[in-house]
Write a protein that binds this ligand. Sequence first.
Ligand code: NAD
Length: 260
Amino acid sequence: MSSVEPGRDPGGVTGLGVARSLLAEAGSVVVLTGAGISTDSGIPDFRGPNGVWTKNPEAEKVATLASYLADTDLRRRAWRSRLNSPAWAARPNAAHIALAALAASGKLHTLVTQNIDGLHQAAGTDPSLIVEIHGTMHQVMCMTCDHRSPMEATLDRVRAGEEDPPCRRCGGILKSATISFGQDLVAGDLRRATRAASECDLLLAIGSSLAVFPAASLVPIAHHHGAAIVIVNAEETEFDPMAHAVVRVPIGEAIPAMMS
Ligand code: NAD
């Protein structure tokens, strides 16, 4: 546990200095990432100033399980937009790469990501250290029989003219293997993330509005168990007052600088 008092750091460059010291002192780090770490890779976030929902609140409907299951037209639109997602061409940025170096140093207990883009794995972080708590866009799952298969093969079917391709095993509705609103998280993933938050001595939350639960609750869980908290995000979050450092420096600069 660090000697720095929560809420004492005003953020910005000062926050970065405190964050760097906390990271140097820490023996076991849990990282929680959100959409903000991937904006420099060309994938818009949801709630930032240029976020998908900030610009088009209708997009939230596509991410709601009941609407997706009930509405064929919405599913057709969802498959078309999956075809054109900027995430297929995205490459890891300096922050993903710096976190892969943290993993290689042996200090990373677990990386819990709310992102579905696979960029932490692409950056070289050991997949066994990663919990994709909101699933992955690189697979599809059948909402009836749970069968999973690669996204690319299903997108080929859409390109070939199937507007809403059904499961080839049971005829059920297919969806990207991501957690929609109204859909339960995978219990084992949530257990693993919660245990990690309660075991670490530093929790580093990067690029998340910390507005989506239960993922955001990892911050108070870690705090409750005595871990230091560092939040790196352009905007305020509900949990800033509990943080030992709040860093407002852009993520692509802040994370490599914290590791140096
Ligand atoms: P969010 O959109 O709610 O919040 C992102 C935060 O990051 C915002 O507060 C924004 O100001 C900040 N931010 C963006 N770019 C930044 C930068 N370069 N430097 C500093 N701060 C920056 O994201 P969330 O909390 O992850 O919740 C959104 C949900 O949407 C998640 O559950 C996630 O599964 C999903 N999502 C994933 C992706 C992805 O996989 N890349 C993209 C969009 C949404």
